[in-house]
Design a protein around this ligand. Sequence first.
Ligand code: HEM
Ligand code: HEM
Length: 349
Amino acid sequence: MGRRYDPRSVAGRRTNLALLVLLAGALVTGALAFAIGTGGGRWAVIVHGVVGLGIVALAPWKSVIARRGLRRGRGGRWASVVLAALVALTVATGVLHATGILVRVGGLTAMQVHVGAALVGLPFALWHVVARRVRPRRADLSRRALLRAGLLAGGSVLSYGALEAVVHVTGLPGVDRRFTGSHESGSFDPAAMPVTQWLDDAVPTIDEPEWRLAVSGPAGLAVASLALADLEGHDDRVTAVLDCTGGWFAEQEWSGVRLDRLLWEAGRAVGVRSVLVRSATGYSRRFPIEDAARLFLATRVGGRPLSAGHGRPARLVAPGRRGFWWVKWVTEVEVGTTPWWWQPPFPLT
Ligand code: HEM
Ligand code: HEM
């Protein structure tokens, strides 16, 4: 084919380039969908669905390219086949979750499989675009090419709308999902609320009489060491939704102590910008200091002590933030001068 004009190869290149844009878009909007905790971010979840269905819309064209490529018998083609399988699994679990047809698969949620397959697929996708390189050309921005891109975008929006319409008309469980895409599970019934940890975190064994909450100021300056009874002397209450990135949410009444009450002394130092909340497992998240009046260290949920899986003896309640901010088994609260954003957007362990 060389450099001569061949309509099939031109169309093939543009299909691949469109897939590249959509894959990158799915990763970015997927990450945004995980970061949002308030309704203002719902557009990220919708755009994510549209972009994901756009990948499906290109499947007929891509399968022509893939079959031609497989016939060439180049080395490494197995990696492209693995990529195809992982993208198919990602899309399938995304749709199963969104429609609510299958929210749980054994001990995992469809959403965990969805994100897991996407992340495992990432190195394969990177290899694929380097090994099967496509060079963009000026003509890829021609009017006709942009018109096609517009058709693809329109088709993807329509597919998303059609899928949502089917969910509504048939009354599939997806109809009740939250703006984050999460399904309700165990609201006002803490015993029925799922127990999940971030990545490899595990429920620690805590000896409650020995348990202490260390409160410290800048540079680790110890301010207080509190026992459980000290926390239980407070009865601040908040009704808040715990929305897990595993794809479920539950609304509960939490009680305990508002964080700013514990920080009064530690927070008086000049230049204080953030508060770090650390778990007995080493897991931690950092918050802007202004949020301390909206954060709670809960010892009870639904009027009863927390279960071990839900963070006993004390866990953070962070209304408007996704579950990975709600640190469990808290042992340390440290006020500091580090800005809150000085941490990975998602915990690494
Ligand atoms: C949804 C994501 C994608 C899947 C599942 C996928 C899958 C495949 C498969 C199975 C093949 C045939 C085996 C091979 O040649 O290794 C292939 C070929 C190819 N892919 Fe992809 N691919 C994807 C995205 C992309 C992207 C983003 C690009 C470039 C920007 C690309 C460029 C190519 C090229 C140039 C070929 C070779 C075609 C030929 O030899 O005629 N692919 N792809
Ligand atoms: C190649 C990468 C990905 C593809 C192709 C993809 C595709 C999809 C598709 C097709 C859906 C169903 C949308 C619907 O029918 O409404 C979906 C849902 C979802 N995806 Fe992904 N996804 C990818 C990566 C990710 C990542 C990395 C995350 C998070 C870090 C993520 C989070 C979500 C969430 C939260 C939903 C639920 C949306 C809802 O319920 O409306 N996705 N995805």
